[in-house]
Design a protein around this ligand. Structure first.
Ligand code: BGC
Ligand code: NOJ
Length: 814
């Protein structure tokens, strides 16, 4: 069953009923001002940091779900009937409901009793504000006398504090109202130099800023008494809960349409020019006023929207494909790339499942997110790499996360995840392959943000590499530390007290438990580092990296192979994890994927055997589960993984993030059919038809789909912010379609299904447009290619040296 459809041409997903199984969301903003918005206008906005600079309030885990939003109420003043065109929060009967989620914008509208109303929400490029373009049409035969109310609830900036510190917060709220603009200035009198503003383009009949004045005592957002009455009370908030609400009265003739703009913005003033007059407590509005005026103008708002459309058209235009599979096309061309922008911006901080207060930008996560983002805005990828590297510790280790506002690392979600440092090597390698910008390696970058500790980025990578060599365990495999990629495999934690964090509790010294996964990751990182050294004037160091990589590979073969698959780890007792000898958790997905990605077992058949084992033990129609058999009880020595009921999350859920590792491994072993088959099992568009089972948005990946041990097998959770986005993009584009940036050019090495007759692609790479046609002439993956009619010896196309900006690449697969 479906709840909408893809409008591929418009690059929109159109939701046709408000009661989706879960709120289906979208992101507004892609630079500094962001918002999440659901298909019923729920959500919130923030500036840069979802925790520290939250503009509007949202209630996670509310009943019903998804309350707090960008609400508009329409009231028929002749009858007193009122409703929300976005369905929430009034839940009134509406017709023709549609929500169109597009690239950086969402339009929600409906019709009730002959009045059609819809709102397009978006954040203009390069501005710290959001525009609501509200359009209302009278389709009745008679004039309509209407009231329109806007409503948002301000958050008192620090979202964590806002939802806990009521003894203070109920007394600090402050607003100003001037020229119809509502200014939210809580804490501005003291240490803040920023405020929010909420403006309306129409003449207002009134406003409200005190929540209870607007709603009325004991009422919720579904029945605000101001709306019921048809009149605001011009309340000025002091303390309690400041809100912003405008009241506009309109009369619409039959067939008449009116547009009203509501604009919500964030603004900073210089510290010494906060007040006007200077000795007052009144917000200085000199620099914000022109911005307010600009965006209350309809033509300017339209132009800003067109600019956003063009921006996304250009970004997505960097890589476009036409294949025999519509699900591949729409994910690659639109939605997967778009999701990669969201994960790049948010890491794992703010979604419907990430409350925006728990996690900042993850070191491991953000590095991996680059894989799917770097081709779109390389300059921002560069900046991110340098920010991440600046949080690296002198030991080569990493803080697990940092807050985007301060850019300083913290241990709030633990430290000593021994895989962390290697993701930096992979992230930098991806950046270099895309851009060829070798200057980044000599960029001076501090450790732990300490002034004076700056060293070239290249040295950071060396320290990442040595971090593992300095931490080898009894078998010569990398010690796991707090955990590796699998945050929940906590082999040194041994937590038996309720409420303890698996991410920060450690009861063991950590000198025994080893990770085969980090072994594979290290081998891959060694190869990447060697490649990077060879191309960047560190050529003498390459053999050293390769030798260490080869030694680790040998160790993995000797101590990390279980007979039919790669072992997962050794625990604190030196016992195997992920082995046929184990009662539960005999086989894990991660080392199968990653050891093969590192090239281990490609020559001697181990890789194929491991992949056959994955197919036999882990593959389900809904994707590949993380391990089998699921842990049926809590194991003190394994930690959080066994805390989840079987089939969920890391305990044998389908963790979509690592499915692409197996797709890539399949592609590397030449099995295009297998690779694309796994790709299709978790591709959200391919699952659209079973939206009632999948339940999350059909246009973006979710972190997890419940595994076969769960009663809800096939149900997705935690959509949007997941490494799944970047890894699937990377797997399909670079390994299955095989269009892969390399240090010395664009490599073409497809591993597509045998039944495909070919595909076409346009890829812009280092300033050149490659128009690629792939045609199947035989069942295999052997590539023969010509560039502008000239045969090319290998399958790497060097950048044209004669200034051609566009080339035609003809590929024959045999
Ligand atoms: C989740 C993991 C997550 C970790 C760190 C755990 O509860 O299951 O997926 O990576 O928390 O935030
Ligand atoms: C989600 C985390 O963000 C990611 O860093 C981790 O690798 C996976 N969960 C698996 O635990």
């Amino acid at each position: 069953m479906q709840y909408g459809y893809f409008d591929d041409h418009a690059r929109e997903y159109v939701i046709t009923r408000p009661d989706t199984p879960l709120p289906w969301i979208n992101y507004l903003g892609c630079q500094a001002y962001f918002g999440i918005i659901s298909n019923t206008a729920g959500g919130y906005s923030f500036y840069r940091d979802a925790r520290l600079r939250r503009l509007t309030r949202y209630r996670y885990n509310n009943v019903p779900f998804d309350l707090g939003g960008r609400y508009i109420y329409v009231r028929d003043n002749a009858t007193g009937d009122y409703w929300s065109p976005s369905w929430q929060p009034t839940h009134s009967d509406i017709e023709q409901y549609t929500c169109r989620h597009g690239m950086g914008y969402t339009t929600i509208g409906s019709k009730r009793r002959g009045i059609v109303a819809s709102t397009r929400y978006f954040v203009p490029l390069d501005e710290n504000l959001e525009i609501w373009q509200f359009t209302i049409t009278n389709e009745r035969q008679t004039p309509a006398t209407l009231s329109v109310f806007s409503a948002i609830e301000f958050c008192l900036w620090d979202a964590q504090d806002d939802s806990t510190n009521f003894q203070r917060n109920f007394s600090i709220g402050e607003v100003e109202i001037a020229d119809g603009v509502i200014y939210h200035k809580t804490e501005y009198r003291e240490r803040r130099d920023h405020f929010a503003w909420f403006a309306c383009s129409a003449e207002t009949a009134g406003f409200d800023t005190q929540r209870e004045a607007f709603l009325g005592p004991t009422r919720g957002w579904d029945r605000p008494s101001a709306v019921e009455r048809g009149e605001s009370s011009n309340s000025v908030a002091h303390g309690w809960a400041p809100i912003g609400s405008h009241h506009v009265r309109i009369i619409l003739q039959p067939a008449e349409t009116r547009q009203i703009l509501f604009v919500l913005g964030y603004h900073e003033n210089p510290k010494d020019e906060k007040f006007d007059p200077p000795d007052s407590q009144t917000v200085n509005k000199k620099t914000v006023k022109p911005i307010v005026a600009r965006y209350l103008n309809q033509a300017n708002a339209d132009a800003a929207f067109q600019k956003l459309r063009t921006y996304w058209g250009e970004l997505l235009g960097i890589c476009q494909v036409t294949t025999p599979d519509i699900h591949t096309d729409r994910m690659v061309n639109v939605w997967n790339a778009y999701q990669c922008m969201a994960t790049f911006n948010m890491s794992r901080s703010a979604s419907f499942y990430e409350s925006g207060i728990g996690r900042g930008l993850g070191f491991r996560d953000s590095n991996q997110d680059l894989l799917g983002f770097v081709h779109m805005v390389p300059a921002r990828a560069r900046e991110r790499i340098l920010d991440l590297a600046a949080t690296q510790l002198p030991s080569g280790g990493a803080y697990h996360q940092y807050q985007p506002l301060t850019k300083k690392g913290n241990n709030d979600v633990g430290g000593n995840f021994n895989d962390d440092p290697h993701w930096l090597i992979l992230g930098v390698a991806a950046y270099l392959k895309e851009t060829g910008d070798w200057s980044i390696l000599s960029e001076p970058v501090p450790y732990d943000n300490q002034l004076g500790s700056e060293q070239p980025l290249y040295e950071h990578l060396q320290r990442s590499f040595h971090y593992t060599l300095d931490r080898l365990g009894p078998h010569g495999l990398p010690l796991i530390g707090r955990a590796d990629w699998n945050d929940c495999l906590n082999l040194n934690c041994f937590s038996d007290a309720p409420g303890q964090s698996f991410q920060t509790t450690t009861n063991k010294e950590g000198k025994v438990a080893e990770s085969v996964f980090i072994g594979g990751l290290f081998v891959l990182a060694a190869k990447e580092l060697a490649g990077l050294a060879r191309h960047s004037g560190h050529v003498d160091e390459a053999p050293g990296y390769l030798a260490e990589g080869a030694r680790m590979e040998e160790t993995v073969r000797r101590h990390g192979w279980d007979g039919e698959w790669f072992l997962r780890a050794y625990d604190d007792f030196g016992n195997k994890v992920g082995s046929k000898e184990c009662a539960e958790g005999k086989i894990f997905i991660e080392p199968q994927g990653f050891c093969i990605l590192a090239g281990i077992g490609l020559e001697d058949g181990l890789a194929r055997r491991a992949l056959e084992s994955v197919r036999k033990h882990l593959a389900t129609p809904h994707g590949i589960v993380l391990q089998q058999p699921a842990y049926s009880r809590y194991y003190l020595h394994l930690g959080e993984i066994s805390s989840y009921p079987p089939g969920y999350k890391e305990n044998a859920g389908i963790f979509c993030h690592n499915n692409p590792w197996v797709m890539i491994a399949e592609a590397m072993t030449g099995n295009g059919d297998g690779a694309h088959d796994y790709y299709s099992r978790i591709n959200p568009s391919a699952r659209e038809a079973i939206s009632d089972v999948h339940r999350c948005e059909p246009y973006v990946y979710a972190q997890m789909i419940a595994g076969r041990d769960a009663p809800t097998h096939g149900e997705a959770k935690n959509s949007w912010l997941t490494g799944t986005a970047a890894w699937n993009y990377y797997a399909i584009v670079q390994w299955i379609l095989g269009i892969r940036p390399a240090y010395d050019g664009l490599k073409i090495a497809p591993a597509i299904p045998e039944r495909w007759t070919g595909f076409r692609a346009v890829r812009k790479f280092r300033g050149v447009t490659y128009n690629i046609t792939v045609q199947r002439a035989g069942p295999g993956n052997t590539v023969k290619l010509t560039v502008d009619g000239q045969p090319v010896a290998r399958n790497v196309i060097p950048p044209p040296d004669d200034g051609r900006a566009e080339v035609t690449v003809e590929v024959t697969l045999q």
